[in-house]
Design a protein around this ligand. Structure first.
Ligand code: DGL
Length: 260
């Protein structure tokens, strides 16, 4: 596998851009290919078999560019399909993403943790095992947010729709929490709305940074890190013919979500 080959990323839509962004910052000399499957978004309310099929299609598309590693930049696809993907594409390193519960627990002394994710992510065994692991030390509350991915995919520029949606969805949820875990790669893009609702004292974390670091570790371990010191490139593709998704992906890649 040549070091100069690109790294592939895929998600159900524009959400995985939040992970790609961290990877580009950490690995500036790499070339990246991003595939968003906006035609089929959301994945979060679909059956496992359908998500697996769509994940295989995304993998085949990315591998047509001879990628040296693939990041499944989607919690839902990771939950439903990561084992099957690794089995089918065993010749290539595949990195998944999971809700950053450990980060939230490590960075708060006590208090409840709220996990926001898709229906599928919260229903799968992977999340059940993960939350059982930490349930002794903390109370973990989980809440699915069906419909939020669609709002983000529609390009909610001023975050009015996402704010209204989240205000209603979180109305009955315990506000006495110390951290919110964003267990869907779309959700970092509505951090301003979440900040408005939770205020400044609640920690809001997501898995993008940990996933980018894991990707780097895997590339180092397999001796696949680009040896080139010219800036790398990012190419973005989408299953939709509507150019709006490419434009939205590019603008989200530029967005500064870290300061919020
Ligand atoms: N970005 C996907 C995730 O991380 C969104 C899932 C969906 O399409 O419902 O889970």
């Amino acid at each position: 596998m040549a070091k100069r080959q690109p790294i592939g990323f895929f998600d159900s839509g524009v959400g995985g851009i939040s992970v790609l962004k961290k990877a580009v910052e950490l690995l500036p000399y790499e070339d990246f290919i991003y595939f968003g499957d906006s035609v089929h978004a959301p994945y979060g309310d679909k059956d496992v078999e359908i998500i697996r099929k769509m994940s295989f299609d995304a993998m085949d598309f990315l591998l047509s560019f001879d990628c040296k590693a693939i990041v499944v930049a989607c919690n839902t696809a990771t939950s439903a399909a990561i084992e099957e993907i690794r089995e089918k594409y065993s010749h290539i390193p595949v990195i998944g993403i999971e809700p950053a519960l450990k980060v939230a627990i490590d960075h708060t002394e006590d208090g409840k943790i709220l996990v926001l994710a898709t229906i599928r992510t919260l229903q799968e065994n992977k999340f059940r095992k993960l939350s059982e692991k930490y349930a002794e030390s903390r109370k973990i509350i989980s809440l699915p947010l069906p419909g939020l991915v669609e709002i983000i995919e529609s390009g909610d520029q001023y975050q009015q729709r996402s704010y209204d949606y989240l205000r209603d969805a979180l109305e009955k949820v315990d506000r006495d929490i110390s951290a919110v875990v964003l267990g869907c790669t779309h959700y970092p893009f509505v951090k301003p709305s979440l900040r408005r609702i939770f205020g400044e004292d609640v920690l809001i974390v997501d898995g993008s940074e940990g996933t980018a670091r894991h990707l780097k570790d895997v590339l180092v371990e397999k001796n696949l890190l680009s040896a080139d010191d010219n800036d790398g490139s990012v190419r973005i593709f989408n299953s939709s013919k509507d150019k709006r998704f490419i434009d939205l992906s590019k603008s989200l890649l530029e967005e500064n979500i870290d300061q919020i």
